[in-house]
Design a protein around this ligand. Structure first.
Ligand SMILES: Cc1ncc(COP(=O)(O)O)c(C=O)c1O
Length: 404
């Protein structure tokens, strides 16, 4: 019987003489053949620039590019495709928000509220903005389980809070933010809510309209799509309040020697030739996710996480960070073996073909909070299986025997 694994050719390769066990989907997911085939088909049959040609090829490319926008919008529950801006990545989406939206909104003394568990992409753009505007950055602390402390969130929200930005799922702890509740609370004080969905989209169903967030950012390459394509979702009036960060072709309406007027949103933000193949590939990734089913994906990831958590609980000297319950431990599992450097653990695992990430995971303030410098992180995706888990656990036991 055909399984989803058959769609991921890379999973057939060997690494260091062992079958590849890819457990780093949080850094970037593997890509199914359907996505790769669609990108190839675009270049093979439709390659032309978008929005510019009256000729057939350009119209076909435009239809595919705009079709991808509509697919993304439908998957995240956006009111319209016009609420979806194509960017390069989550990082670019968040930078555009800081520079193009935050810069217009903030005055000295205003507050930007983040949390202690954010990825550097959701910290540094706000630090730079705070310096430029005189706004103050504040951080919500975490509970012992590694979840956002709602009581502290409520305490820190005030009329001064103008922007609240936080990760839907932590890329280190796997914990899920109560987005709907936090959004409602932030809206009560009139703050704009931005959610970093890099580790959420493609793992379970998301409805931005139901969550009522004002902006939502994510990356194509973490949800089976190609690198170099990302998304910034925004409610219409919020996108209208945002200034483009880049200017040039495609985004204009009329240009004279003195000045220019701009296209309506979202095209106003997509200056120059966009990543056409990337967007079309992302559209194919959305089709694929829908075909497998986000519920099936969420169930499979939770099942693997539950098995991983109980297997790791049996290994002495091992600390798992974040919630210990698979239901609130989405995708990623970060841990340390006492006295062993995470890079050493990852190197021994790699010798057994098991690819995991070791380091600070672009979340140094969270590492500080946890009192560590780095950790090992394994990601369980729906295309992983029990054999992957077994190889991972056995390599981990070997690493422990070797070093401890
Ligand atoms: C929570 C989170 N936010 C943002 C990012 C940045 O994503 P990208 O590098 O695709 O811009 C990542 C990537 O690891 C992430 O995990």
């Amino acid at each position: 019987m055909k399984t989803v694994r058959d769609d991921f050719t890379i999973l057939n390769r060997q690494v260091n003489g062992h079958p590849l066990t890819y457990l780093d989907g949080a850094a970037t997911s593997q890509k199914p053949a359907q996505v790769l085939d669609r990108i190839r088909a675009y270049y093979d049959r439709e390659n032309a620039n978008v929005h510019r040609g009256v000729y057939t090829l350009s119209q076909e490319a435009t239809t595919s590019y705009e079709g991808a926008r509509a697919k993304v919008a439908a998957m995240i529950g956006a009111a319209s495709a016009k609420n979806v801006v194509f960017t390069r990545s989550t990082t670019e989406s968040l930078n555009w928000l800081a520079q193009g939206y935050g810069f217009n909104q903030l005055e000295a003394g205003d507050e930007i509220l983040l949390t202690q568990l954010e990825h550097h992409s959701n910290i540094v753009p706000w630090q730079v903005l705070a310096k430029a505007t005189g706004a103050r950055l504040r951080y919500v602390s975490l509970t012992d389980e590694g979840e956002i402390d709602l009581a502290d969130f409520k305490d820190k929200l005030s009329q001064k809070t103008k922007i609240v930005s936080f990760a839907h799922v932590s890329n280190v702890l796997g914990s899920l933010a109560p987005v709907k509740e936090m959004t409602a609370l932030a809206h009560e004080v009139g703050a704009t809510v931005i959610v970093d969905g890099a580790q959420a989209v493609g793992h379970f169903a998301i409805d931005v309209s139901d969550l009522d967030v004002d902006f939502y950012a994510f990356s194509g390459h973490k949800m089976l799509g190609p690198t170099g394509i990302g998304v910034l979702y925004g409610k219409t009036d919020f996108l209208e309040a945002m200034t483009p960060v880049q200017y040039g072709g495609e985004m204009i309406e009329r240009v004279t020697l003195e000045e220019a007027t701009f296209q309506e949103v979202p095209w106003r933000f997509e200056a120059g030739t966009p990543n056409i193949a990337g967007a079309i590939g992302l559209g194919a990734a959305v089709d694929y996710l829908n075909e497998v089913g986000l519920e099936t994906i969420a169930d499979k990831e939770e099942e693997l996480m539950a098995a991983a958590l109980s297997a790791l609980a049996e290994i002495p000297d091992l600390t798992v960070y974040g919630p210990q319950d698979a239901k609130n431990h989405h995708g990623v599992l970060s841990f340390n073996l006492a006295g062993v450097h995470p890079h050493d653990v990852a190197t021994v695992l790699d010798m057994a073909g098991v690819e995991v990430r070791a380091g600070h995971h672009c979340a140094q303030p969270l590492m500080d909070y946890l009192g560590i410098q780095s950790a090992v992180r394994a990601t369980f995706a729906f295309y992983n299986n029990q054999e992957d888990l077994d190889r991972f656990v056995s390599a981990l036991r070997q690493a422990r025997e070797y070093f401890v």
